[in-house]
Design a protein around this ligand. Structure first.
Ligand code: MD5
Ligand code: FE
Length: 203
C-alpha cells in the first residue's frame, strides 16, 4: 500500500519485501569490501549507527565535517559499485512518487543495532535538493521521527518495518527527521539489526 505522509513524502509499505534476501546478499558483499564503521561527528561524538556506502560517492563525517567523497577514508579505495538491483529499486520507488528518471550517485547504508539511534537532523549536503531521497528499511522495526522545516517543530512518529520504502521529495526533502533508539529484538533475516539504505543524488 501507499501512504502519503505529507506533501512530497510517500511511504510504500512492503515495496522491497520480496527482494530483501537479494538486497541483504548485496549488502554483505559491500561490507566485505567497505566494512561498517562508526563515524565521528564534527563535534567528536561517535555515531551510534554504523555506516558504509556504495556507488560513485559516499557520505562521510569526521572532525572536519560532513561531505560526499569518492574514496572510503578507511581503505583509501573507491566505494563498492552500486548494485544494479539497488539502482532499479530506487528508480522504481521514485517513479511511484512521480520522480521519473531518478539515478542516485550515492547509497549510504546505516546499520542500527538495538539502542542505536539518529538524532534530529536535515539532509542538506546534496547539491541538487530537487532530487528526492529514497530510503529502504530492512530488519528490525524503528520509529521514525518526522519533523518540520524547523528543529523545534513537533515531530510525528512513523513506524517503519522490514521492506518499507519511503520517498522523500519536494517540500519534505528538507524536513528535520531522526530515528528513536531501536528496540531489542531479532529479525528472521537480519537478526539484531535494522539496516536502512538511503539513495541520494548528491552531485
Ligand atoms: C534512516 N536515514 O532510517 C534514515 C532514512 C540519514 C537518515 O536520516 O540521513 O541517513 S532517510 C530519511 C529522510 C531523508 C530525507 C528527508 C527526510 C527523511 N525527511 O524530510 O523527513 O536511517
Ligand atoms: Fe537523514
Amino acid at each position: 500500500g501507499r501512504e502519503a505522509l505529507a506533501p512530497g513524502a510517500l511511504v510504500l509499505r512492503g515495496f522491497a519485501r520480496n527482494q530483501a534476501e537479494g538486497l541483504v546478499a548485496e549488502i554483505d558483499a559491500i561490507c566485505a569490501r567497505a566494512p561498517f564503521r562508526h563515524m565521528l561527528t564534527p563535534g567528536g561524538q561517535r555515531m551510534s549507527a554504523a555506516m558504509t556506502n556504495c556507488g560513485p560517492l559516499g557520505w562521510v563525517s569526521d572532525r572536519r565535517g560532513y561531505r560526499y567523497q569518492a574514496v572510503d577514508p578507511d581503505s583509501g579505495k573507491p566505494w563498492p559499485p552500486m548494485p544494479g538491483a539497488f539502482l532499479r529499486l530506487a528508480a522504481d520507488a521514485a517513479a511511484e512518487a512521480g520522480f521519473a528518471g531518478f539515478v542516485p550517485d550515492a547509497c549510504l547504508i546505516n546499520r542500527y543495532e538495538p539502542g542505536a539511534r539518529m538524532s534530529l537532523h536535515q539532509d542538506r549536503d546534496e547539491r541538487d535538493l530537487s532530487a528526492p531521497i529514497v530510503s529502504v528499511s530492512l530488519g528490525l522495526p524503528a520509529i521514525f521521527l518526522f519533523g518540520g522545516p524547523n528543529r523545534s517543530d513537533r515531530a510525528e512518529r512513523v513506524l517503519l518495518l522490514h521492506g518499507d520504502v519511503v520517498v522523500w521529495g519536494g517540500p519534505s526533502r528538507l524536513r528535520f527527521h531522526g530515528i528513536l533508539p531501536v528496540k531489542e529484538g531479532a529479525h528472521a533475516l537480519l537478526g539484531r539489526q535494522r539496516i536502512n539504505l538511503t539513495f541520494r543524488k548528491t552531485a
